[in-house]
Design a protein around this ligand. Sequence first.
Ligand SMILES: *Cc1c(COP(=O)(O)O)cnc(C)c1O
Length: 368
Amino acid sequence: MIGLTDFSRQWADIERDVLEATARVGKSAWYVLGKEVSGFEQALTPWFTATTSVGCASGLDALELALRAHDVRPGDRVLTTPLTAFATTLAVLRVGAVPVFADVDEHGLLDLDDAEKRGLADVRFVIPVHLFGHMVSPGRLRAFASRHGATVIEDAAQAIGATYGGEKVGAASQLCATSFYPTKNLGALGDGGAVLCNDAKLDLAVRQLRDYGQSDKYVHDTLGLNSRLDELQAGILSSALLPRLGAHAKRRTAIAERYVAAFACHARIRVVVPPKGCESAWHLFAVLVKGSRDAFRQHLQQQAVGTGLHYPKLTCDQRAYLGAGLGPVAHLPNARLFADSEVSIPLHPYLTDQEVDSVIAAVHSWRG
Ligand SMILES: *Cc1c(COP(=O)(O)O)cnc(C)c1O
């Protein structure tokens, strides 16, 4: 079976480096907020438009920390996309803010024009999601933010390494959130996340918030969280994952280019390509299926090709959102098209050329 990820192959590849990092951290006898975390924070930063980064417990927390560092207030309106991991919406709800959902464009990305056309631009924050590894234009985000006096916080959980017009992720915001959940392009062997910062004051605010709101030992000026990245995960990320990220990014791109070329003329599926000018991080390879999505997935399953859905239910249609009493959201035709017809096919750096051939053949043998 060709899956969306292959953690067995990953382990065979990284085992030695992971064990070395584990021994290093064990011997250091220092397990929380030490040299491993600060070293990893420094090594991570150049992947983004950022001057510093702050490790934390998850991508969800990174979003919450960023909102809180910007002094989010209950009731603040936050423009965002409903086509994402629920964590994006959950972070907004957890701080008492109000998600405002715009539709997505043909790339599956937050459609800022749609937001303006429908009068949804009166917001304090914008949280764009660089979905599938494709980037929302930083230029358009900055223009939107200055037109409407909004603060941008990028959700870059899926987009480490992406660029747009040569600009790296993080170029449109002072704080940008990312995740090291194992399936992400830079996945740890457990949970983790980071906030990428372009401002020293905000960096300090995030640093204090992740550690009980502590400004000095036993001095608590704000109500923070316990959202720290472990020394162990930081050591593993530094020694085993980050050094491979460049080569993995190239491999993802090479596979994606083969898929794009192979499926360009397919009558029954449409490839979700990045916007012009964007070099995607190719976290996922998404296609939209015309006809029966279930039949397409079943066909691939029979050819031993695994598939995924990103995402079959919009966050604004989830009971957890509706339960917050904010009322149902109508008129999101593109987002609903994605929710109803998107399928992700295997794209990860441990795929062999032969497996890529098999995936292509399996997709081509589907007649709908
Ligand atoms: C994975 C993901 C998150 C959440 O990250 P966690 O580390 O799992 O909390 C948030 N947003 C997007 C777009 C994601 O893909």
